[in-house]
Design a protein around this ligand. Sequence first.
Ligand SMILES: [Zn+2]
Ligand SMILES: [Zn+2]
Length: 244
Amino acid sequence: MKIQLETIPVWDGLKEGSECFLCSLMKEAEADGVRYYLSSAIMTPEVRVETNKHGFCKKHFAMLAEGNKAQSLGLVMDTYYEENKKSFIPSMENILSAGNPRKAEKAFSSLFKAYGERMNGCLICSRMNDRLIRYAYTVAALFEEDADFKAELKKSKGFCMHHTKVLVEIAPEALKGDVLLEYYKTLALLLKDNLDRVQADDYYLTQKYKSENKDKPWNGCEDAAKRAVYKLIGEAEVIDPLKK
Ligand SMILES: [Zn+2]
Ligand SMILES: [Zn+2]
């Protein structure tokens, strides 16, 4: 598989020094996706065919709703609703003409099944997933090709648990043999050391809340409990891309 490298964003991400630069890059990708589907792009027929057909996952529908672009979102939702009718109306008619509750319940279950199918697949998740694959591939490729990158990565705070899994899944596309094994071990060591570091920061936070420690410095641990959560679950997760 030929994958386009994203050397600049990946190097910039690594230099940023966050808990997981893939989380930062994916938050950006998510914001770009939301912006795109609230922009004038939705006036073009091809884009509307896609939004009508696939729509978005619940999280990204909610982000679109909170994006304060009523006119763009209004157009998207109008034709999305029109498309919904094709799958909702037959069940609705069956409910309204049902002769007993059992028949109405059966028709309701077809209605909710059709709703579930309409909610499958998300265009924003798909755009995010394309980028995530390129970023994960680039991390592996730079690990092999660029000694400075490898050295910086080993000194970094590593990745969240969620994105470590993504990196491991993509790794065999980019690397093989000894370098693949070295990469796996580097990812595991980064995870081990940095989960311990985050836990130590979190412990420091718990101690800092004791009255006898109120004059001690925070040492950057004010947000440690929050970091402890996101180091495990990651941020801006790809939920429901069209291509799994
Ligand atoms: Zn992450
Ligand atoms: Zn989504």
